[in-house]
Structure formats: structure tokens, C-alpha cells
Design a protein around this ligand. Structure first.
Ligand SMILES: [Mg+2]
Length: 410
């Protein structure tokens, strides 16, 4: 599907879903030319993966041998080579991260990308998608399909729609694209849900969208009903990074205008960051943007913000970003009389989309730190926020003259 590139950054969404095609089977076909163009099933017994030639006979991943043998008697069965798939996945993610830092792995072979920051380098999101496809093909030797849309949900449906080896930009008329599709295409509609809906005569997403939410929650339960009602009506339940419907978590500390040293101000900042990152982890969110808000004794204000290379729920990188934002106002903070400091996290995104990541070393290190921070949160939950504090703050009176007020969220 082609969209003229002139107005493309305005007319196209900038969320991409990139998904390798028949991943394990494609790696086998890449590494053994004899397998190319032929029906390949990875794993005897239950099929772990099937090449498109095998899928054409009706074979699907997770099918038992008795069934796939009958559907595709000529299939070539190969044993799985997990380390080869793991390496291929790392290679693909390296290509994606070369193009943009905003990559969210969804599993070993698929990821969301937010390419809105690439306006100066590409003529359109569609061009970014085309470059991803050609780079993955050239560097890793694998076919990858890419969907482009305004929301993660639509991007994921688009990549599935254009498989194999495709590229699809969801048109501005999103309902025109989504509503004719069968309900099974919706992310979250499994076999059981599909049967329940079909038994009520609901076959297309459009028919689903026309039902009122109460009917759906009655038929499918509250969570599934609300979810499907929202997505069928083009409301993505997951926050996207493009700016609409962004939420934030913030805290601020107001205090008297008496002069304060840099280290006192740094202690206030540290406490604020500890508090907001704790709330972030409690809400199972990660943040991408850190904003520091300042008020001076004359009531003038200043705001500075910084977007991190990737979303995090970890205290250390958020504290580092906060300090770097304060760096060029330290002098003023001491001289002009700082009377309020606030730290706000935004660009929030549910935690968990990275849990299927391969065990890369830096992920392990992040996990260790995450576990440590979780332990700290747990202790504070049980014994109060002053039960554990940073060693450098031990000699200080924590918190009495600097009440920390929550900032309400929009
Ligand atoms: Mg895939």
C-alpha cells in the first residue's frame, strides 16, 4: 500500500511492528539451501514452527505430528537449533537498534518501534519500514514483515495482514481497514473467544465494534469485553509514545527560600527520584522522559526535560538524567533561592513487554538491579519509607522540613 511521501510524517502513524516471518523455519531455510522453497517443519512431534510452504498446506505451529503429517506428508522435519535462532534474534535486534533506540522487544522475533524521532532522516515512517526490511534481509538474511500505524495495536494487525515478507501502512481510514477483518485477527481473540462471538453471529471486527460494551462484557467477562470493545473501536488500551494520552508520575518538594547548598538540593532531588521511581515500579510502568520543574524565590519558574534512550523503571538512570538537568542551574539554585523542585516522569509504558528478551548480559545486569530495587520497595512497603535510606543521607533529618507532595496526574 503506497502513500505519497510529501505529507507522510503527518498522515502516517509512526509506530512500527516488525515481525520475522516463520522465524525458526526461515533460519533453517537460510542456512540450508536445500530447504528453500520446500515445506519445512521445525521439531518432530509438536511442530515448533512451519515454513510458509508448510503453512500453505494448513500446518500451524503447535500442531501435533498426527495432524501435520496428514496435512503435509512431504514436509521435511528438522531438529530445532535454539542457539542459531538466538543468534539470529540478536542480529535482528542489533539492526533495529541501529535505526532507532526506541525498540521494544515483544518476543524473540518481534518488536515495536517508535520512529517519530526520525523525521529528519527519512521521508516517511513507510520509508523507515522499507529500510528495516532491506537491512534485515541484507545483514541477517531473513524476511521480516512490518506494519505501520498510529497505535501498537493496529501496527501489529498490519504486520500480520501483510505477511509473508510484506509492508503495510494502515491508511488514514483506520475503521475502513480494521472493520472488514475477521475477529480472529484481533490481538487477544483466541479460539474460545472467537467461538463465543461466532455463535452470536459476530464474524467481523466491524460487527464487534457495533456491539455495546455491556453486551460484550456480559458475553466475555469484564476484562476481555472492555479490551475488545476498545480496540474494535480503535482505542488502543496500551499507551503509545507519540504523545496523545500521555500520563505522568510526579512529585514535588516546596521549601523556604533560605540559601541551600548544592548537596542539600541534590538530596532533595534524590528523595524525589526515589519516590517517583518507587511509584513507577508499583504501577508496573517504565518511563521515557524525565522533567524537572523549579520555582525561584521571586515565583518565576523553569522547566527542563530529557528523554532517555529507552524506557526504564530503574532509579539510577532517572537520577542521572535528573542531575544532568540540574547541572546548569546549580549556581542559580544557590543564588536565586530555589523554593520548589519537582520531578515528573512521562512517556509511560507498561512494563513486561521485554520479558521474553533473550538472556543478553546487559539484561541480566538490569534484572539484578531491578531485583535490588524491588527489594528496597518491599522493605519500605512493610516498614515505612525511612526504613531504608541511602548511606549518604543517614546523618540527615529526612523529610520533615521538605514535605513531598504528589502532583496530580492529568
Ligand atoms: Mg513472527
Amino acid at each position: 500500500m503506497f502513500v505519497s511521501s510529501a505529507a507522510s510524517w503527518q498522515s502516517q502513524g509512526s509506530i512500527l511492528h516488525a515481525d520475522l516471518d516463520a522465524f525458526f523455519a526461515s533460519v533453517e531455510q537460510r542456512d540450508d539451501p536445500d530447504l528453500r522453497g520446500r515445506p519445512v517443519i521445525v521439531g518432530g512431534g509438536i511442530a515448533m514452527a512451519a515454513s510458509y510452504e508448510a503453512k500453505a498446506c494448513g500446518v500451524r505451529a503447535a500442531m501435533p505430528e498426527r495432524i501435520w503429517r496428514s496435512l503435509c506428508p512431504d514436509a521435511i522435519v528438522v531438529p530445532p537449533r535454539l542457539s542459531a535462532y538466538s543468534q539470529a534474534s540478536k542480529d535482528v535486534f542489533a539492526v533495529l537498534r541501529d535505526i532507532t533506540a526506541v525498540v521494544e522487544p515483544l518476543s524473540i522475533d518481534e518488536a515495536f518501534l517508535d520512529v517519530s524521532g526520525l523525521r529528519r532522516s527519512y521521508t516517511s515512517p513507510q520509508e523507515v519500514a522499507a529500510v528495516i526490511r532491506s537491512e534485515v534481509r541484507a545483514v541477517v538474511g531473513l524476511p521480516i514483515s512490518v506494519g505501520v500505524a498510529r497505535t501498537k495495536f493496529l501496527a501489529k494487525i498490519a504486520s500480520a495482514h501483510c505477511k509473508p515478507d510484506g509492508l503495510l501502512v494502515v491508511p488514514a481510514d483506520e475503521a475502513g481497514f480494521l472493520h472488514p477483518l475477521p475477529i480472529e485477527r484481533l490481538w487477544g481473540v483466541g479460539k474460545v473467544t472467537a467461538e463465543k462471538l461466532r455463535s452470536r453471529g459476530i464474524r467481523t471486527v466491524g460487527q464487534l465494534a457495533a456491539l455495546d460494551e455491556r453486551t460484550l462484557t456480559h458475553a466475555l467477562g469484564p476484562a476481555a469485553g472492555r479490551h475488545l470493545h476498545a480496540v474494535a473501536n480503535l482505542r488502543d488500551p496500551r499507551p503509545v509514545h507519540t504523545g496523545h494520552r500521555r500520563r505522568s508520575i510526579g512529585s514535588q518538594s516546596a521549601f523556604g527560600a533560605r540559601p541551600r547548598s548544592e548537596s542539600e538540593i541534590d538530596d532533595i532531588l534524590t528523595r524525589l527520584v526515589d519516590r517517583v521511581t518507587h511509584r513507577l515500579r508499583d504501577a508496573d510502568l517504565r518511563a521515557r522522559t524525565v522533567t524537572v520543574r523549579l520555582r525561584w524565590a521571586d515565583f518565576s519558574r523553569a522547566t527542563r526535560s530529557r528523554t532517555l534512550a529507552s524506557a526504564t523503571d530503574s532509579t539510577a538512570p532517572i537520577l542521572a538524567a535528573t542531575r544532568s538537568l540540574m547541572y546548569d542551574v546549580w549556581g542559580q539554585a544557590v543564588d536565586r533561592g530555589l523554593t520548589l523542585v519537582g520531578v515528573t516522569l512521562s512517556g509511560l509504558d507498561p512494563r513486561g513487554s521485554e520479558q521474553l528478551l533473550l538472556p543478553l548480559d546487559d539484561v541480566r545486569r538490569d534484572q539484578t538491579r531491578a531485583e535490588l530495587e524491588q527489594a528496597v520497595d518491599d522493605v519500605r512497603q512493610r516498614f515505612g519509607t525511612t526504613a531504608l535510606t541511602r548511606a549518604r543521607m543517614l546523618d540527615q533529618d529526612v523529610g520533615t522540613q521538605t514535605p513531598v507532595l504528589p502532583i496530580s496526574e492529568p
